[in-house]
Design a protein around this ligand. Structure first.
Ligand SMILES: Nc1ncnc2c1ncn2[C@@H]1O[C@H](COP(=O)(O)OP(=O)(O)O)[C@@H](O)[C@H]1O
Ligand SMILES: [Mg+2]
Length: 274
């Protein structure tokens, strides 16, 4: 399954200044090939989540279209799974029940559900947590459960919005390894939104950089490194340097609105190599 984003535009009403609507996306195009893992990298507020939710079919572009496997997207569909930043797990269900939920909705037989659940839990080393409730898990575990639920029905496309944004640095690296090994096994086509340069290089076949200039795509870079990636490889650092430079230009020369603080933290994070 491939994703093709074709010339999409999106303008939002500005509640504070109704006379100045905000054009977040203007004629944005890029592609994700079958089985590819692509990161959409960009500073906060540049329109990444908007793009991802348009691909998911949660909202419509004003212009342009999204083609998933040859068909135009008009609404959400089970071919595209969405993994949210804040897990969106059901607190009243146990881990196993959360993962089974989409399979039940898709009317997968009980036998098949149990089989898939067993395999998924093993893959993510969560077997012993099958009967735990969500509040009993660490942030990293919740994130893994959210991933397993998202891929339980074998979606052709997995859309992830900063899936590891809420976990601390060490846990993040471990989850990146697990996410990679799970998705490489499944060969799922994946598009991940992130503002983390290192994460985008570690996980992606290609990194697409979006700027605050109406979501203009500034770069589309193929990460040509063997998997799993070795962070000590000098070529890995070349990619870090290259993408950090592009990201800076994604920030430069733009008009900023209300989150200058976020922005400064972001630039400092980039410069300290975080
Ligand atoms: N439903 C909406 N109504 C009005 N403005 C919105 C809406 N959704 C997003 N925006 C604005 O669009 C811009 C891009 O948002 P978003 O796509 O969430 O950025 P990112 O995910 O890159 O941080 C932001 O300025 C945000 O405030
Ligand atoms: Mg976002």
């Amino acid at each position: 399954m491939s994703i093709s984003v074709e010339h999409i535009s999106k303008t939002f009403k500005n509640k504070r200044k109704p006379e100045e609507p905000a054009q977040v996306l203007k004629d944005v195009s890029f592609e994700v090939g079958e089985g590819e893992f692509v990161s959409l990298l960009g500073p906060s507020g540049c329109g990444k989540t908007t793009t991802l939710t348009i691909i998911a079919g949660f909202q419509k572009p004003d212009d342009g279209k999204i083609i998933v496997n040859g068909k135009e997207v008009s609404k959400p569909g089970t071919d595209r799974a969405f993994m949210f930043q804040n897990y969106a797990l059901f607190p009243w269900l146990k881990v196993g029940e959360n993962i089974e939920y989409p399979m039940k909705k898709m009317k997968v037989s009980k036998e098949q559900r149990k089989q898939t659940l067993k395999e998924l839990l093993e893959m993510a080393q969560l077997t012993e947590y099958e009967n735990h409730y969500i509040h009993e898990l660490s942030g990293g575990m919740k994130q893994r459960v959210a991933l397993l639920r998202a891929i339980a029905c074998d979606p052709q496309v997995l859309l992830m919005d900063e899936p590891l944004g809420a976990v601390d640095f060490q846990m993040r690296q471990m989850l990146q390894m697990q996410l990679e090994s799970i998705l490489q096994k499944k060969k799922t086509t994946a598009l991940m939104v992130t503002h983390d340069v290192d994460e985008s290089i570690y996980l992606s076949d290609r990194v697409v950089v979006m700027s605050r200039n109406h979501g203009k795509i500034l770069a589309d870079i193929k990460i040509d490194l063997p998997r799993p990636r070795d962070r000590t490889n000098p070529k890995y650092h070349d990619y870090v340097d290259q993408l950090t430079t592009v990201l800076k230009s994604a920030l430069n020369g733009e008009v900023y609105t209300d989150d200058d603080k976020d922005l400064m933290e972001f630039i400092q994070g980039v410069e300290s190599g975080k």
